[in-house]
Design a protein around this ligand. Structure first.
Ligand code: BG6
Length: 484
């Protein structure tokens, strides 16, 4: 679908996200020919930069995040970029933005708020007061979308005063990843799995997002957030929703979001007693990642000396529905882990009886592994006969590597999501009620930790997290896939 001509306004336009992800994503789409001729990217920030100084900043900071920038495309791309100095908290300074925006109401206007969330309400108010919100305007909200249920509700209410729900795009970049959308294709574009996709045939589901990186230069944000808020409340729960949702009636935004909301509302609520048994939090200590010595979380630059912020979380969730009752969903994420990977493992039940001269216990249950990172693909693990004259069965893999299968160029998650915003497609964005339902489920965990004086369990950087996480799943007679 060809895009309408647009003005894309990036608040936080000289910040880390704009430089690392947003501008490179727009450059790629420009090179692919997706951007209409007149469309512009208006970067807004407090810095008193001239246009030339800002472009120099883009040149030095952003260009290095593009794989193979080509001339003259890069120079052409820079012609779209405009810099406006603006104090987001001061409505008087919005005049500078008004001067730059084109007055034609038929143009798509997107306000992308890559700013701390405490500014969302004020920016929306100021845009309204400065009469910069047209019927064709949209607003994009970057995470963190609140830090608990109350703050998420506040953001929804405040932004909702200025923009209709259909104009609000809440980003979760995991939904822009190819494999996540492929999971929809796998489930609802094939007849094979859906009949088996239920408690009668599935024994458990594991969802892991493991990172090798530490906190880097984001300590200011991260230490007030932690793994639960930073990764689990959003990315992991979104993945869980896509795995567990009922078939939506169509791919339309509300059909998909209704189905996800139903999952979030069906998650079994934790109580202090169930929490003590079903959640593990950890914090990394000095160790080695890829042979390199790395410091303890508490020794990272700017880390509070006795920080009790978790850099790892693992939990066992359950979904109280006919489809899923009794099927554990194990979720896990952490920084400074042994490897970088994001994957979903759906394990099926064991065979009921062996007709071979092998005990039933020697049959690995079938499993489907959906890989998001580092490579994208699916493996279906089956039992197969080993070659030779005896009837011995062993596990074998059916492998689908998306990169091999489809040679077409790939899009980064932000490229896909930015295109969707510009096209007005909301399916891959969270609706306000979904956001609140996710916080509502997470909140008892936050409360429990707040009242608990104990610290997160230490784990050595470069490992799979605290032993307690293995014990959590081990209690059910299972192992995390990498530890099996
Ligand atoms: C972000 C988190 O949302 O996701 C980061 O704030 C994290 O802490 C990142 O590193 C991981 O994203 P990806 O796409 O690299 O897995």
């Amino acid at each position: 679908m060809a895009l309408n001509d647009f003005d894309l306004v990036l608040f936080g336009g000289s910040g880390d996200l704009a430089m690392r992800k947003l501008l490179p994503a727009m450059y790629s789409r420009d090179v692919a020919g997706d951007l209409p001729d007149g469309s512009r990217i208006i970067c807004v920030g407090r810095h008193q930069w001239s246009q030339e100084e800002f472009l120099q900043e883009v040149e030095t900071t952003s260009k290095s995040h593009i794989k193979a920038p080509a001339e003259p495309q890069w120079a052409q791309f820079l012609e779209r970029v405009v810099y406006v100095t603006l104090d987001a908290t001061n409505v008087a300074s919005y005049g500078a933005l008004a001067d730059v925006l084109r007055k034609d109401d038929s143009l798509t206007r997107v306000y992308y708020l890559a700013t701390p969330p405490h500014l969302f309400a004020q920016i929306c108010d100021n845009l309204a007061e400065a009469k910069l919100v047209t019927p064709n305007s949209r607003v994009v909200l970057e995470k963190p979308l609140g830090r608990d249920l109350a703050s998420a509700k506040r953001i929804n209410a405040e932004v909702g005063k200025v923009f209709a729900e259909t104009q609000i795009y809440r980003i979760d970049h995991y939904l822009g990843k190819e494999t996540v959308q492929n999971l929809l294709a796998l489930r609802f574009g094939n007849i094979l799995f859906e009949p088996l996709w239920r408690r009668e045939w599935i024994s458990d589901v594991q969802i892991t997002i493991a990172e090798k990186i530490g906190v880097g230069n984001r300590m200011g944000y991260y230490d007030t957030s932690g793994a639960l808020r930073d990764m689990l409340q959003n990315h992991l729960l979104q993945l869980l929703c896509i795995v567990a949702m009922e078939p939506p009636t169509s791919i339309s935004s509300d059909a998909v979001r209704d189905a996800k909301l139903q999952v979030l509302r069906s998650l079994k609520r934790f109580t202090p007693t169930t929490l003590a048994q079903n959640i593990v939090r950890g914090q990394y200590r000095a160790g080695h990642v890829e042979g390199q010595a790395v410091p303890s979380y508490r020794d990272e630059p700017d880390a509070p000396e006795k920080s009790s912020t978790e850099t790892f979380v693992a939990l066992k969730a359950e979904i109280d529905t006919w489809r899923w009752a009794g099927v554990p969903f194990y979720l896990r994420t952490g920084k400074r882990m042994a490897d970088r990977l994001a994957e979903i493992v759906v394990r099926f039940k064991p065979i009921p009886h062996s007709i071979f001269n092998q005990p039933t216990s020697s049959f690995q249950p079938n499993s489907l592994v959906i890989r998001l990172q580092p490579d994208e693909g699916l493996s279906l693990n089956l039992m197969a006969k080993t070659p030779g004259d005896s009837m011995r069965l062993k596990q074998a893999e059916l492998e689908l590597d998306f990169r091999e299968q489809f040679k077409t160029p790939r899009m980064d998650a932000y490229e896909r999501l930015l295109l969707d915003v510009l096209r007005g497609q909301l399916t891959l964005f969270m609706r306000g009620d979904e956001l609140e339902a996710a916080w509502e489920w997470v909140e008892p965990i936050l409360d429990y930790w707040e009242q608990d004086d104990s610290n997160p369990t230490p784990y050595t950087a470069g490992t799979w997290g605290p032993a307690a996480a293995s014990a959590l799943i081990g209690r059910d007679g299972l192992q995390w896939r990498e530890e099996a």
